[in-house]
Write a protein that binds this ligand. Sequence first.
Ligand SMILES: [Cu+2]
Length: 506
Amino acid sequence: MSTLIVIICIALLLLIILQIGRVRDLAKQLRGAEEVEARNTQMTGIYLVAFMVVFLVLATASAFYYKNMMLGYGPNESASAHGGRIDSMMSITLWVTYSVFILTHILLFWYAFKYRHQKGRKAEFISHNNTLEIVWTGIPAIVMTFLVISGLDAWNDIMGDVGVDDNVLEIEATGYQFAWQMRYPGPDGLLGRKDFRLIEGSNQLGQDWTDLKNADDVLVNDIVLPVNQKVRVRITAKDVLHDFYLPQFRVKMDAVPGLPTYFVFTPTKTTKEWRKELSKYPEYQVPDENDPEKMRWETANYELACAELCGVGHWSMARKVTIVEEDEYEEWAAEQKSFYMENIRFTKDDPNTGMLFPAEIAARRAEFNTEANTALQTEDDADNTLILKYVTFETGSANLTELSRYQLDDAIAFLKKNADVNSFLKGHTDNTGNFDSNLSLSQRRAESVYNYLVKGGIAADRLISAGFSSTVPIDTNETEEGRQANRRTELYITRDALPVIERLSK
Ligand SMILES: [Cu+2]
């Protein structure tokens, strides 16, 4: 229906134009063609000049009216150290093109009026004019040179990498369909090695766990950064092209599978400061659509987006970016958990089970000392049995594993510090296999620990050891977990005399 109306309107319009033409022809015949023609050209010239004035005024006014939507103006001021430079280049280019736009349009319309057809006036014939050629080639060339050179200079500055001595926080962004995976370096400040061949269900980034720099790396979805800190973002992608885009920071770089890129920038405004600035603008003084209790400026967040049309879920790649003060950042960083420690450590994927990290050694020591001191504090000695859960043996033998020494060293240190404490080492097994061989094994294992302590400088008269085979289970022997709990070495500590051992036998 509406199409029909439009077609009819166009037909009527054409008809009107046709009729006007006819009226003019008639008028010409009546008044003399030349006079009518002269008047017409004059009127056309005047109309053109009037149109020029209205057009240029409206164009300028609308630019001012919408200036808060332009880069670098109003709420769109940049929030990074280099961003102002990009904005000022945009601004300079805008002013240059605007001046040329105004000038050329004034000339265009004014000349159309000034050089309109007039009776008896003849056009001047100019074959060539060197001055004009120089002016209209020279001026644009100079302006372009200025724009291009200052642009190149800014480009080199902004796209440059970090120096050797720079204090830089390096993080990593990996784009995939359809999200960003952010990786932080953890307390060591270094990102661990990656290899795409290691990517699997439990290792989405392909981190190489044999590289210990990976051990404290943190994986998060949203970005948190300290203000005024130089940040280097390693940018990469797992599947298709994405683009790491932080609009408010003027950061934009393609994320290309197989080709690592980077961007170095320094955020200069915290989210809080930015929100405060936004609160000055009417467009932010309206209730937020998603949270009508609050104003738009109160809920505004910096964002990370994907600026490459990468597939159907492209829109969902937006992530929150929060810029905070240095101490707030430290607090946040301290709360983050290492992906490796939480998900990989001591699982089948962990290649480092043969060693302990300093933090683990310290934690186990603290745990042991707390347990031992608590046990000694109570009058009753019945609860003085400590399970040495990190003391383990090679399968079927009494040879201590490499990692057992940490807890045994803790025990030695504890006994040295508490010289009045005696201890009884007890070996236990589960109920699989022959009772006698279990008894012998449990005795030899307890002795192994005994020997280690004596070697470590604990007087032999403060120690006794015995094996109990499977006679003292602390868990069921029906499950593997239960049996594992039953296979154990215990350290009984007391300030009293040690009991006389009744050796178990058949
Ligand atoms: Cu994308």
